[in-house]
Design a protein around this ligand. Structure first.
Ligand SMILES: Cc1cc2nc3c(=O)[nH]c(=O)nc-3n(C[C@H](O)[C@H](O)[C@H](O)COP(=O)(O)OP(=O)(O)OC[C@H]3O[C@@H](n4cnc5c(N)ncnc54)[C@H](O)[C@@H]3O)c2cc1C
Length: 394
């Protein structure tokens, strides 16, 4: 499809069908297919483009940045964007070292719609071959490669990158009455409420939505047995609230309308006047509106779930190259990457693996991957994961 970085690169939409539609044992199958055009898929495709003469393409079920288009308008990034690229500090939310959302959008905490606009501009600027409106419904092994099925028909590739994100798999709390809650990613959870609000889960999304409802005049109780609003573990933002969230939290607490409860919700039931959330301590919190579950997302592997083995904690088992341990040639890009206790759940973390994945795929295809060293020079390539576990001294 696209042979990079040559000028002959074409966009996938120029191929409304036939995207790698030849079996992998023929010369016409793609070297690599990427599924999903969020930051992980677009960023991985940009790294693949640096591999000489590698054929690849991206399939996207909606539009580029679809997940961000689905965010409620009140939601914004919590990692700030700033154009430090020229001094080796690439914008934290950038997917390529020559780009910066702060520069192109003129904001530091983009909304979902703004970030989708940034991703679209990156795709257009670098001519990333994305075929949108193409949902992958099934993936099976085919010889040494993969057969990928969508409504457009089958496509074949020697390597596959799953970059489908987590947003499609919101996790309900595992409690009795778990179906009686609204997930924090749903629009109805953000609608202004007249009565008291209960939020189950007190990490980033729980504090975010709690502060939103406090700001709109509600009395809110947040319940979490781990009390993530306390100091947290170490300096990794995957384990402690971001500074901006702490500031919002202090403002909400100062209003007198926010209560934080260190306890575990064990059940939700309907009552005559609304809902009752039972806690492990035996206490019950009543609310006139449906409790909100800020309980995060699953790994969202969709049609490739059967091609990954699972760790004890439920996340996909990966080898040191972010490749499935049971389906060689299948890679994971995005926030579901886990290595030991390391979580790659922010853009600035999982982008460190785009160029690494691209190099492994390029070498597998016998191509020249030397241009990927530019990603390392820009601070966007980590292949030694022991470097990631550094704690700040002060
Ligand atoms: C409110 C909120 C605030 C956040 N703030 C930050 C932040 O400040 N900083 C940060 O780094 N991260 C933040 N995150 C997390 C960040 O949004 C995710 O880590 C990021 O979206 C993951 O990127 P991705 O490309 O893996 O997945 P996504 O952005 O979800 O992209 C996946 C794409 O794959 C497509 N897709 C899925 N299944 C298929 C299929 N079967 N076939 C074809 N296409 C498919 C989807 O349509 C989608 O476009 C935030 C998340 C939320 C919800």
């Amino acid at each position: 499809m696209a042979s990079s970085p040559s000028r002959s690169t074409r966009t996938a939409s120029e191929h409304s069908s036939g995207f790698g539609s030849t079996a992998p044992d023929t010369p016409h199958a793609l070297d690599c297919l990427v599924i999903g055009a969020g930051p992980a898929g677009v960023g991985t495709a940009l790294a693949l483009a640096a591999v000489k003469q590698l054929s690849f393409g991206v399939l996207e079920r909606g539009q580029v940045g679809q997940t961000f288009l689905d965010w409620v308008p009140e939601q914004t990034f919590l990692t700030p964007s700033f154009t430090g690229n020229g001094f080796g500090a690439t914008d934290l939310n950038a997917v390529h070292y020559e780009t910066s959302p702060a520069f192109s959008l003129g904001v530091d905490y983009p909304t979902g719609a703004e970030y989708a606009k940034y991703l679209r501009s990156v795709v257009a600027h670098f001519r990333v071959p994305v075929l949108d409106g193409t949902e992958v419904t099934s993936v099976t092994r085919h010889g040494d490669g993969f057969r990928v099925l969508s409504a457009r028909g089958p496509a074949f590739a020697r390597s596959l990158v799953w970059a489908g994100g987590e947003f499609g798999q919101p996790l309900a709390p595992r409690i009795s009455g778990g179906a009686l809650v609204a997930h924090s990613s749903a629009r109805k959870a953000w609608e202004t409420r007249d009565g008291d609000v209960v939020v189950i889960g007190g990490y980033e999304s729980g504090i975010d939505i709690a502060c939103h409802h406090v700001e709109h005049g509600s009395r809110v109780t947040v319940v979490d047995a781990q009390s993530p609003w306390e100091s947290g573990r170490g300096s990794d933002p995957s384990y402690r609230l971001a500074p901006r969230s702490r500031i919002l939290l202090q403002q909400a607490l100062a209003s007198g309308r926010l209560t934080l409860v260190k306890d575990r919700a064990v059940g939700v039931k309907r009552t005559d006047s609304g809902f009752a959330t039972r806690l492990n301590s035996g206490e019950t919190i009543r609310s006139s509106t449906m409790p909100i579950a800020a309980t995060g997302f699953g790994s969202g592997l969709g049609p490739v779930e059967h091609l990954f083995s699972t760790r004890e904690d439920g996340w996909p088992e990966l080898d040191e190259d972010d490749q499935s341990t049971i389906a060689p040639g299948l890679f994971l890009s995005g926030p579901a990457i886990r290595h030991g206790g390391l979580k790659f759940c922010f853009v600035y973390k999982f982008r460190q693996r785009f160029a690494h994945i691209a190099r492994v795929i390029g070498e597998r295809a016998g191509k020249d991957t030397s241009a990927l060293e530019a990603w390392r020079s820009a601070g966007m390539l980590t292949d030694d994961l022991s470097c990631c576990d550094v704690q700040c001294g002060c």
